[in-house]
Design a binder for this molecule. Structure first.
Ligand SMILES: CC(C)(COP(=O)(O)OP(=O)(O)OC[C@H]1O[C@@H](n2cnc3c(N)ncnc32)[C@H](O)[C@@H]1OP(=O)(O)O)[C@@H](O)C(=O)NCCC(=O)NCCS
Length: 199
């Protein structure tokens, strides 16, 4: 993974034009000025566990993170730090498409921000940085399951691919290679850790 040194101003450069003058963009500027985003390190794991558990209000997603870590399934595990404190976390993991299509695809989950810090642009900054890394590495498409009202702002659209959750609007993708998914019909599948933990 390239560019892992958390240089706060980098995120501004890739923010889409349509948000440049918005409240969201101003909030992102303020968040980035006070925040560093970098790859997760071993000493961050305790804080990441707490943040994921408290953000979701239950243990399952924190257990998922531990399982992904154990299995070597984490892609772009990123933490947001204010001063020395971890305040947010995001990670992706491989997605396979059945029948196989030969694309490089990842699913983003979980994204979590410390409840005391939510609404200040931390989640957005983590999403933008993960997308930057995936783009730089030639990932063809990203998937996620989440509220379209939040994820549309990062260029995600409801996916036409099937998913194992039976989700409709909430199962979303963003193509990083233009039209990579357009001719694809099939089902997207997360790694086994998701089924084992039951999330
Ligand atoms: C969702 C989450 C990651 C967002 O991070 P954040 O740092 O609070 O978000 P930002 O400050 O970047 O963005 C704030 C915006 O997101 C919206 N938002 C926050 N959570 C949302 C949600 N669950 N659904 C829809 N919109 C949401 C806010 O209303 C605000 O909207 P606005 O820009 O139109 O005013 C964070 O609230 C969180 O950890 N929630 C609990 C865990 C979770 O639900 N994770 C996502 C699973 S799909």
């Amino acid at each position: 993974m390239t560019g892992l040194v958390g240089f706060p101003w980098m995120s501004f450069m890739t923010v889409r034009r349509d948000v440049h003058t918005s409240k969201r963009f101003r909030r992102l500027l303020i968040a980035c000025a006070a925040m560093m985003i970098r790859e997760e390190r071993q000493p961050d794991e305790v804080a990441v566990e707490r943040i994921v558990r408290e953000a979701f209000g239950k243990q399952d997603e924190a257990d998922l993170v531990a399982r992904l870590r154990e299995r070597g399934s984490m892609r772009y595990p990123l933490v947001a730090c204010e001063e020395d404190d971890v305040v947010g976390f995001v990670v992706a993991s491989p997605i396979t498409i059945d029948p196989p299509v030969g694309l490089k695809t990842l699913g983003i989950a979980p994204l979590a921000v410390d409840p005391s810090t939510q609404g200040n642009g931390v989640g957005s900054a983590l999403m933008h940085r993960l997308i930057e890394h995936a783009q730089a590495d030639g990932i063809d498409a990203l998937f996620l399951l989440g509220n379209p009202a939040y994820y549309q702002r990062f260029g995600f659209v409801t996916s036409h691919l099937a998913n194992e959750y039976g989700a409709t609007d909430a199962f979303m993708h963003r193509e990083l290679t233009p039209d990579a998914l357009a001719p694809i019909r099939g089902a997207a599948r997360y790694v086994d850790a998701f089924r084992e933990i039951g999330v």
